[in-house]
Design a protein around this ligand. Structure first.
Ligand code: GLU
Length: 442
């Protein structure tokens, strides 16, 4: 069975880059009748916060990316302890006592000599007596995994064949001085025990993958299929990190964009296929193909979400929004008409409220000096309410006869006078919805 996981650390809110990972893992599982696990990588006790785990779940629920199982690394510490013992017994885990500044000095020397700054494994040759002395002097050491120096190769679902020479890497620290297990070990133990078959994550994890492949083998697990997606940049190629705040999913949610707009964009971003606005996740699952994604950095522009969200809303039937429209206070007799009239002119449901206020309370008219007289003449012959579908056509025909205005010069000042906007829905349909015309009272 296909089993995937999305494994965020609850040390911050999810952003669009995380969503890319979550979505791909979700889709791989849903494409077959697989399982999608939400795993909270919360071994860092200081930085992990309940508020962030809550917000991660809220965001995923908003998007409809429901998980089959929730796992927390903080509940699994004894498994990591066991795995560490296993590695220690095999001679693959060793204690090292260098301080950060000693390590920095070593790296500096290596760089000066034109060598890569790889940990020199000095701790491997410490005798038991030396270790005891260091421990009493400095406290516990860190525990490093002893890499086999070899080329680790895999066929990546996105990058194709990847080959990494582990001799160019430092033996990774798996356990900190204070006993905290680091992600590199915890993730491997979980992936093995949870029988993860496919791991999709950002390309910043490629080196980790080489290391983790070795740890998986050492622990007797089977290596899952890996795919590493490219990292996102801003619209001009600028580093995404600077925009993470603005691209937090909760911030996007507050703008009112539709979840399907965001999902549809992300399902195609980084492929050469055009963006299609999907109606629901099932359609998206059917279309998903991870091999369509390219390896190069991918630009993300949140502004693209608004037209996509509008496109999505345009396709909704009245029934899908009836409750929300009722909540705005639109009378039942006008509700469906209101939806059909405005749906082509909104990007988010929040825009519906804006239109309803314009119709209910009247808009502050926008009348240019040179149009003032014309508008006054026109308003004088505006028929009394109630308006119907023909009011606009009849009225503007009469206005045309009474003035020398034609086309845009006639329609635009009237639209602006009545709605305060230079664009919007068809005025024929707008007239019956207008409850108040402020321009008339001026
Ligand atoms: N907690 C890790 C991260 O957020 C998970 C990476 C992985 O998918 O293995 O980067």
């Amino acid at each position: 069975m296909t089993i995937t996981r999305f494994a965020p650390s609850p040390t911050g809110h999810l952003h669009v880059g995380n969503l890319r990972t979550a979505l791909m893992n979700f889709l791989i599982a849903r494409k077959v009748t697989g399982q999608f696990i939400l795993r909270l990588d919360d071994t860092d006790r200081e930085r992990s916060k309940t508020a962030f785990s809550d917000s991660i779940r809220e965001d995923l629920n908003w998007l409809g990316l429901h998980w089959d199982r929730l796992e927390r690394q903080s509940d699994r510490l004894e498994r990591y302890l066991k795995a560490a013992d296993q590695l220690r017994a095999m001679g693959r885990l060793y204690e090292a006592f260098e301080t950060p500044s000693e390590l920095e000095l070593k790296r500096k020397k290596q760089r000066n000599m034109g060598r890569p700054p790889v940990y020199d494994r000095a701790a491997l040759s410490l005798t038991e007596a030396e270790k005891t002395a260091l421990r009493s002097e400095r406290g516990n050491g860190v525990w490093r995994f002893k890499l086999d120096h070899e080329r680790v190769t895999w066929i990546d679902g996105i990058l194709g064949e990847v080959s990494i020479d582990t001799a160019s890497l430092s033996d990774p620290v798996l356990i900190r001085r204070d006993g905290q297990f680091l992600y590199t070990l915890a993730s491997v133990v979980d992936d093995i025990e949870m029988k993860i078959t496919d791991v999709v994550r950002g390309s910043d994890h490629v080196t980790n993958t080489a290391i983790q492949c070795q740890i998986i083998r050492a622990l007797g697990g089977s290596v899952p299929r890996f795919a590493h997606h490219s990292l996102l940049t801003g619209p001009k190629g600028e580093p995404f990190a600077k925009r993470v705040g603005a691209n937090a999913l909760r911030v996007l949610r507050q703008t009112g964009i539709e979840p399907m707009a965001l999902l549809s964009l992300l399902a195609r971003l980084g492929t050469s296929d055009p963006v299609v606005v999907y109606q629901n996740l099932t359609e998206l699952v059917d279309e998903f193909d991870i091999s369509r994604f390219g390896a190069s950095a991918t630009k993300f522009d949140e502004q693209l979400l608004f037209p996509l969200s509008g496109k999505y809303l345009q396709t909704l039937a009245f029934e899908a929004v009836a409750a929300e429209i009722k909540q705005l206070g639109v009378p039942e007799s006008l509700a469906e008409k209101f939806w059909l009239t405005t749906r082509g002119n909104i990007s988010t449901k929040q825009d519906l409220a804006t239109w309803w206020l314009i119709f209910r309370d009247g808009a502050d008219p926008e009348i240019a000096e040179e149009d003032r007289e014309f508008v006054n003449v026109a308003l004088e012959i505006l028929p009394e309410r109630p308006f119907d579908e023909n009011t606009w056509a009849n009225w503007t025909r009469d206005v045309k006869e009474k003035t020398d205005r034609r086309g845009r010069g006639l329609f635009m000042p009237l639209r602006k006078a009545l709605t305060g906007q230079s664009s919007g829905p068809d005025m024929g349909a707008v007239m019956p919805l207008l409850q108040v015309i402020k321009a008339k009272a001026l």
